[in-house]
Design a protein around this ligand. Structure first.
Ligand code: PMV
Length: 334
């Protein structure tokens, strides 16, 4: 099944005429505590396993979209992106799915409060915000489940960025992916903090799409991944439910390291880490050995995301002066 057929099913007989001049939406970035790594269907971004993430509150993407002219115009943080750039092409390919007619162009303005393509999951918030802004422009009123499916067609992890807080993306079984969408994991954890340690804001050398594919196809270690996720997902949920922070941190850190280990076994090998990433891991382990409950996770890039509790904020800031601290539940009304 093609993406466009999924969109037809999602939209049914909803109109392709704007109900307002501009659609606007914000979507948070998200960090997986139990990762999505490997697809069972590349076209529809259907995952091999389920995954669970935490959204980053007010850090994410704001997007406005309108119908204008015959060619798409895409800006990022105020700068027009060349039509040939990967960013503009990714946006235009997504817009192809909802274009009212072939010659209709869109203007899309995007503001990211996180570095783009540095492994800080900006594609997740980007496609989620775009899907939601289109819903606003066309007045579709899709429900969250439909919105999650639409966002997934842009990027897998975007399926989780249509919610704040803890979010679970269930892998689903159907070949059309209609049962593969994210849902809120309805627990708050106000003391939880995420720290962003940026090693490099440069675009990563290998895109997550290509890395996932080659890992699944060539790494002998990929065979252990589905079993690992099954265990880790259950443990992450248990940790959240019982507010067992050490269990949460340990499980998330192991899950990330196992994910990166599967990629190392690929050919050609995929290693997202820079020497600075490894140096930071040693510093985190050192701080942990001194009694601070601090853990990390990493996505398809060189940057680290710290997990700790509010009570340790001072120690973390002292040890990592450049850390950007996120309060994931700070802007979610209880
Ligand atoms: O959504 P994508 O194709 O950018 O893949 C994201 C994959 C990871 O960030 C590494 C893991 C995850 O679950 O977000």
């Amino acid at each position: 099944m093609k993406k466009i057929e999924v969109v037809r099913r999602l939209l049914g007989n909803r109109a392709r005429d704007p109900v307002k001049e501009r659609g606007v939406a914000f979507a948070p970035s998200n960090i997986a505590l139990c990762k999505y790594w490997g697809k069972r269907n590349e076209e529809l971004n259907l995952p091999v396993t389920s995954s669970l993430s935490i959204s980053l509150g007010s850090l994410g993407t704001k997007t406005t979209v309108s119908l204008a002219g015959r060619r798409d115009v895409v800006t990022l943080n105020g700068k027009k992106q060349p039509a040939t750039s990967e960013f503009a092409q990714g946006v235009s390919r997504f817009l192809d799915l909802v274009r009212p007619h072939r010659r209709a162009g869109f203007r899309v303005d995007t503001w990211n409060s996180i570095p783009t393509a540095a492994g800080l999951a900006s594609s997740a918030s980007g496609f989620a915000a775009l899907a939601m802004a289109l819903d606003d422009l066309f007045g579709w009123r899709l429900d969250r489940k439909q919105m999650s499916i639409l966002a997934r067609l842009g990027s897998g992890s975007a399926s989780r960025s249509v919610y704040g807080g803890f979010v679970e993306w269930r892998a689903g079984k159907k070949s059309n992916g209609m049962d593969s969408y994210a849902a809120l994991f309805p627990r708050r954890w106000s003391e939880l903090r995420v720290g962003l340690l940026t090693v490099s804001e440069q675009k990563k050398a290998v895109a997550s799409r290509a890395a996932m594919r080659s890992t699944k196809e060539t790494s002998p270690l990929y065979a252990v991944w589905p079993g690992q996720v099954k265990r880790d997902l259950a443990l992450v949920k248990k940790a959240i439910e019982t507010r067992d922070f050490d269990l949460l941190g340990r499980t998330a850190e192991t899950n990330a390291l196992v994910m990166h280990a599967t990629s190392l076994g690929a050919w050609p090998p995929v290693l997202f880490w820079r020497p600075e990433s490894v140096a930071l891991m040693h510093r985190i382990w050192g701080l942990r050995a001194s009694g601070v409950a601090i853990y990390f996770t990493m996505d398809a890039g060189p940057n680290l995301k710290l997990l700790f509790l509010k009570r340790d904020t001072r120690a973390v800031k002292k040890y990592f002066p450049r850390v950007k601290i996120v309060d994931p539940f700070g802007n979610i009304p209880s």
